[in-house]
Design a protein around this ligand. Structure first.
Ligand code: FE2
Length: 601
């Protein structure tokens, strides 16, 4: 059976194709529209790309699986949300009193606005809009049947059925999927059973987004910046009072938790949509210097590195880790499994994922590499394929499931652009040599990776022995904050020499401690808190990248390179050869290894 999975009209739309239960193509809409996140859009370009990769048209698809259950809306969802919102409306009004402490005029995110927003997801409307949007692919025949699948079930399926485990606790955490924010499930063999759910407004995604916005970052996009900032507060962590203070906002009790929404969504908002004035009053009540920061205000950006803000970030991160640790402990009681699968937007928090290893007896953690909503399309397709009798339990060994371009196509783009290029006898060896000479090299090879991390198909690479490598990459190539760390791609079998607990850490989704005696060697691709987010390269999945690492090791004795995504600041990872060239010429890269060709400045 051929199933097209889609996630549309929300954050990070995406599409995929499963054939007889096997994931064979994936695309995230932003890579094609070139608009970061492509929020609210239909994944029409991603769908066309998937169909082209597989060589079929829409008429050959048996079923379409949509990773959002519109059928929940008219009944269960409206009832549960109305209950929750009414409960908190009163406390929001009391806490704000209609104005802020300094008398500013306030906006108000009220219940009615939120309910009206929800109506756009009525089943009939979603179905009609999906059918119309599918027509943008150019297909004019009869459309395959479309099925709605509960969002968190999709996240859970994607993680468990791609994991190396036959038995696992499956935790999904995000902003919200329909009315669910957190779900706990149990995967056993070919079966997955939902054990419990936490509903809106107790969203860990909303919790983290509130502080992301408070620091002047873009919520639902720059959470990783807050996570990286938190790492800078590691040394002062023992004396940090924020985790305890933040229990007021994120409370836990015996495996259950609550996020008080009067700090996030319900109440007066003078600064940003994602947090209320009550949060600003709460934080500045402890430290008056800690006012909310503005993203476009340069002075505010500079203030981020004040120890006071760094400590707040560390506290926010630590409180998240404590709460999720409690959730996992509670869920594990009475279960024998020691494996954990994670997906959902909060599952992109690699520090949180790493913090769960060893906690409550968890011995192995698999965090799905496309934990964002684009990846929920994979789970949706899995649910529908399984209903149709396909076997879907297959360990994900390769993330290279996106579009690729032949040497012929690449040569044509290079010639059209009138770019000088060479064709070395061995592009992997030529690239390794240039890296060893200190060059920063763009690496464009084969099928694009699934998920938000570059994993050796659309990457920027550098020599980790160079003491200026990360500073130079941040300043000259990526134009990003100096405190954001880089990650290593490592030869398989060598990760244990460098990192503790790297068994399931192949896809840069888990931050793990660098071995004490390897800290200096890995300084350029680890964070100041002593962790790194490894990518262990699979030879079968990416033979050319594996070969590059081998040549680099022969040249330097070092079995890893610095790997970051091939894009310029604010843009999605490049998809096509032309986009690779554009990025190459608009940043400080020295060379571009594109297919079998080398472009040098
Ligand atoms: Fe989600």
């Amino acid at each position: 059976m051929i199933v097209l999975g889609i996630f549309a009209f929300g954050m990070n739309p995406g599409a995929c194709i499963l054939r007889d239960g096997e994931l064979i193509a994936f695309g995230e809409e932003e890579r094609f529209t070139r608009l970061k996140g492509s929020h609210g859009m239909f994944p029409g370009r991603a769908t066309v790309s998937c169909l082209q990769q597989v060589g079929i048209d829409l008429g050959e698809v048996d079923r379409i699986a949509f990773a959002w259950d519109a059928k929940k809306y008219p009944y269960r969802m409206l009832a549960s949300i109305t209950r929750q919102f009414l409960k908190y409306r009163g406390s929001a009004a009391r806490s704000n009193g209609g104005s802020t402490s300094n008398g500013r005029k306030t906006g108000n995110a009220n219940v009615l606005t939120v309910l009206l927003n929800l109506l756009k997801y009525s089943p009939r409307r979603l179905l009609e809009e999906t059918r119309l949007a599918l027509r943008t692919t150019g297909y004019r025949g009869e459309l395959p049947p479309i099925e709605f699948v509960p969002h968190h079930l999709c996240h859970a399926y994607s993680a468990y059925f791609s994991s190396p485990f036959d038995d696992a606790l499956v935790l999904t955490l995000d902003g919200s999927g329909e009315d669910t924010c957190t779900q706990i499930a149990r995967g056993e063999g070919d079966d997955l059973r939902v054990l419990s759910e936490t509903l809106i407004p107790h969203s860990l995604g909303w919790y983290y987004a509130a502080f992301t916005a408070y620091m002047g970052f873009l919520p639902y996009r720059h959470e990783g910046k807050l996570m990286a900032l938190a790492g800078l507060g590691h040394e002062r962590g023992a004396d940090n009072p924020w985790p305890e203070r933040l229990q007021t906002i994120l409370a836990t009790d015996d495996g259950a938790y609550e996020v008080d929404p009067t700090f996030t969504r319900f109440g007066a908002h003078s600064y940003a949509e994602r947090f209320t004035d009550k949060l600003a009053d709460f934080i500045t009540g402890f430290d008056s210097r800690l006012r909310p920061l503005g993203s476009r205000n340069r002075a505010d950006q500079a203030r981020l590195l004040d120890p006071a803000y760094v400590d707040l970030a560390w506290g926010v991160q630590r409180r998240l880790e404590e709460a999720v640790g409690d959730i996992v402990s509670g869920a594990l009681s009475g279960l024998t499994t020691r494996n954990l699968c994670i997906a959902g937007g909060v599952g992109l928090n690699c520090k949180m994922n790493g913090s769960l290893l060893g906690k409550s007896g968890i011995e192995r953690v698999f965090a799905f590499p496309a934990s964002n909503d684009a990846g929920s399309s994979i789970g949706a397709a899995m649910v529908v394929a399984r209903q149709g009798g396909d076997r879907i339990k297959r360990e994900l060994t390769s993330t290279h499931l996106g579009p690729e371009f032949s040497d012929g196509e690449i040569r044509e783009v290079l010639r059209f652009s009138k770019v000088s290029f060479s064709e070395p006898a061995n592009i992997a060896e030529a690239t390794a040599k240039r890296l060893a000479q200190g060059q920063a090299v763009g690496w464009f090879q084969g099928r694009m990776e699934l998920g938000p991390r570059a994993l050796g198909a659309r990457s920027i690479l550098a020599d980790p022995r160079n003491p200026d490598a990360s500073e130079r990459l941040n300043r000259e190539v990526k134009s990003r904050e100096t405190w954001r760390p880089f990650c290593p791609s490592i030869l398989p079998g060598r990760e244990d020499e460098l990192i503790t607990g790297a068994d399931d850490a192949s896809f840069m989704t888990i931050a793990l401690p660098v071995r004490e005696d390897r800290r200096a060697v890995m300084e350029q691709c680890s964070h100041t808190d002593g962790t790194t987010r490894p990518h262990v390269v699979c030879e079968e999945a990416n033979p050319r990248y594996h070969s590059l690492l081998r040549h680099f090791e022969e040249e330097t004795g070092t079995p890893f390179v610095i790997n970051t995504s091939l894009n310029v600041s604010g843009e999605p990872i490049v998809c096509t050869p032309a986009e690779a060239l554009r990025s190459f010429y608009s940043c400080g890269l020295d060379a571009l290894a594109i297919g079998s060709f080398l472009v040098e400045k």
